[in-house]
Write a protein that binds this ligand. Structure first.
Ligand code: ZN
Length: 221
């Protein structure tokens, strides 16, 4: 069954989830922690719709394939078609904001990167993108004032601020639309700040977004 994005007020988005367009290294502190150079243009990749799962439900992952890492990210629900969009058009097309985990098979990804191979299988497996409900947007928010956190078993592990994004939301979404047409029901992940780490089995996760989103969820044993 296709994943359908939902809003905090219980409404279902009228379209099922399409693709999930993601950016790597959108925070300089995270690029440095993985020893990656800070990019001068966004490093984009796609997770398939089949990788989506509900963040509010128990998170499962293919732990037998090696270390599974969490990356906490601001998620944007696309409400209108965007192709070669400018920044102002891009930000007006965002219908909701939420939170996501960009789960990554870090050992698998490392081996593929070493060989210069694509690393889709490390990022696109079933369940690789737990997505929260979305706060509906009636007006464009102050992107640089947005902040979010992840706590694992009560300990804060990641906090992100919109102001620290190398490519701010409007420019990032516009750039994405120059490579891939964005359609209603697509989701954009905006990159992770520092503090990524191994997802502990059986852990409790608490994700918060300024403006009212607070999600407590768990990882399968
Ligand atoms: Zn990520």
């Amino acid at each position: 069954m296709r994943f359908v994005p939902r809003f905090t007020d219980g409404r279902a988005f009228p379209q099922p989830l399409g693709k999930i367009v993601c950016v790597g290294r959108n925070y300089a502190d995270h690029a440095r922690e993985l020893d990656n150079p800070v990019p001068d243009e966004p490093l984009l990749f796609i997770k398939p719709a089949t990788s989506a799962a509900r963040l509010e439900e128990t998170i499962d992952a293919p732990f037998a394939r090696g270390e599974v890492h969490f990356e906490t990210e601001l998620a944007l629900l696309v409400g209108e078609t965007l192709k070669d969009a400018g920044a102002a058009e891009a930000e007006r097309a965002i219908a909701g904001i939420g939170l996501a985990l960009d789960l990554t098979l870090r050992d698998v990804q490392g081996k593929l990167k070493d060989k210069g191979h694509p690393w889709e299988v490390a990022k696109g497996f079933d369940g690789a993108c737990p997505l929260s409900v979305f706060l509906p947007l009636s007006e464009v928010p102050n992107w640089s004032a947005l902040a979010f956190t992840l706590a694992v078993d009560g300990e804060e592990r990641q906090h992100g601020h919109g102001a620290d994004m190398l490519f701010p939301v409007p420019e990032l979404v516009a750039e994405m639309s120059r490579h891939f047409t964005l359609e209603p029901g697509d989701v954009v992940l905006t990159g992770t700040p520092a503090g990524v780490g191994e997802l502990p089995r059986g852990a409790e996760l608490r994700l918060s977004l300024t403006g009212g989103l607070e999600i407590v969820t768990g990882v399968a044993d």
